[in-house]
Design a protein. Structure first.
Length: 438
């Protein structure tokens, strides 16, 4: 099956015929199934790059959809509406991304399928890049070495773990590291939960493995109490007979301070993940790691940071932590020309707003001088000096509301010299003083 083809899960013969005859010929390959795979088959299936079309008329389709999103949160699901708006709305809340409302309209089906396939392919490529990057944990700084050491110790034990850290600091990466280094859990699934609606399916699917809760603060009181029971007694469910044993490890991410009340009394290992601003020694190695992975992924020449770019990164506070650094490097890598990445590539317009006057002028003049030289132009120096002088005189007049005396003083020129510049640049009629032409 080619990347981007569909799993078509339906027993509707009319829709199967429509898809086969009027959609597939436009490049939409598909594999037909009459049910969603369950159990170990669902766990092993690869849905990252293959959108699914699930017919809501199939028995158990909603439960299957929720399980799929618990196992494969990255998958793109289209649902064939059965005409019930409440069920369609429930499907969207449970993780469906697109809805085919008119199953007999071939053009509408093609359009929805095209949007889903384009998004699935884009997300698949991003996930591949993310998995490459997250294979490495950079720990040159003392703060990160301490966190990684604590994570390594916790991985060898059977207890649950709380990862305290700011958004973007790498809690999911550290959770995956703990899972991979846990002898009793690493051969079983690593299930991530990002929504309260998916918690029941996620607990079921994570048995024998690791349940990673990305953010503790997303849960309401009822779910929080059930999670507290899971942490303290190892059971999941409601009251009394509804409870059942749940053999799994729970790793919880928490960015709030203080912790939510349901966690404060829990007997759980706590690991503090430092923000990137406290990991100065890790900033440049992380940047190099991201660039190396991009080079391998896109089969491009390896790029390097200029010295000024390195200094700018080292001095940045990074309120968005590692995620912010990663985003900066990804953008700069793709937009930069040649094999070097400079400050402008990293920060764009932000760079021009904070660079020195000399750097600003140099940046603005570089392209102009190159074009003039290529065209065999002459008198570049005279032209540039004239334009700069004209801009200075004009700006000074604007800032002083046309007051020639104040404008001349601001530029350090005598009044007569300033007036001569105004005549030279034909600015006398453009600016009229509000106080009698002084």
């Amino acid at each position: 099956m080619k990347t981007g083809d569909f799993f078509l899960i339906t027993a509707d013969s009319s829709f199967i015929s429509l898809f086969t005859e009027k959609v597939a010929p436009f490049g939409f390959g598909f594999e037909l199934r009459d049910c969603v795979p369950s159990g170990p088959k669902m766990r092993r299936a690869s849905f990252a790059e293959r959108p699914l079309i699930i017919d809501l008329n199939l028995p158990g389709s909603m439960e299957a959809l929720k399980s799929l999103k618990a196992y494969h949160p990255e998958c793109r699901i289209l649902v064939l509406s059965n005409g019930d708006p409440k069920k369609t709305e429930e499907a969207l809340r449970s993780g469906a991304k697109f809805v085919i409302f008119e199953r007999n309209d071939a053009e509408a089906v093609r359009e929805t399928a095209q949007r889903a396939r384009a998004e699935a392919e884009r997300e698949y490529q991003l996930e591949k890049l993310k998995s490459l990057t997250e294979q490495k944990i950079i720990a040159k700084s003392a703060a990160m070495k301490k966190a990684l050491g604590s994570a390594d110790d916790a991985a060898g034990k059977a207890g649950h773990i709380l990862l305290n850290g700011e958004p973007g600091a790498g809690r999911e990466t550290l959770a995956a590291f703990i899972h991979e280094n846990s002898g009793g859990f690493n051969s079983s699934p690593f299930i991530k939960v990002v929504s309260e609606d998916l918690i029941d399916a996620a607990v079921r699917q994570a048995r024998g493995g690791t349940l990673f809760i990305k953010e503790a603060a997303i849960f309401g009181q009822d779910t929080a109490e059930r999670l507290k029971l899971l942490l303290t007694e190892g059971v999941w469910g409601g009251n009394g007979a509804g409870r059942e044993k749940a053999e799994l490890r729970v790793i919880i991410g928490c960015s709030s301070s203080p912790e939510p009340a349901w966690l404060q009394q829990a007997r759980i290992a706590r690991i503090k993940l430092p923000p990137l601003r406290d990991r100065q020694e890790d900033i440049l190695p992380l940047a190099e790691c991201f660039m190396e992975e991009l080079s391998l992924f896109f089969h491009l020449g390896r790029k390097h940071l200029t010295q000024k770019a390195k200094q700018a990164l080292a001095a940045r506070p990074f309120p968005g932590n590692v995620a912010e650094l990663k985003q900066l490097i990804h953008r700069a890598y793709m937009l930069s020309k040649g094999l070097s990445i400079g400050e402008k590539d990293l920060f764009g317009s932000e760079f021009l707003g904070r660079c020195s006057l000399g750097d600003f002028i140099e940046e603005r003049l570089r392209g102009y001088i190159r074009k003039s030289s290529d065209a065999g132009g002459s008198r570049i120096y005279d032209t540039v000096i004239t334009e700069v002088e004209k801009a200075l005189v004009s700006l000074a007049l604007r800032e002083t509301a046309g007051n020639k005396l104040k404008a001349a003083k601001a530029l350090g020129l005598s009044r007569n010299t300033f007036k001569a510049k105004m005549r030279l640049f034909k600015l006398e009629d453009k600016f009229t003083s509000k106080n009698g032409g002084r």
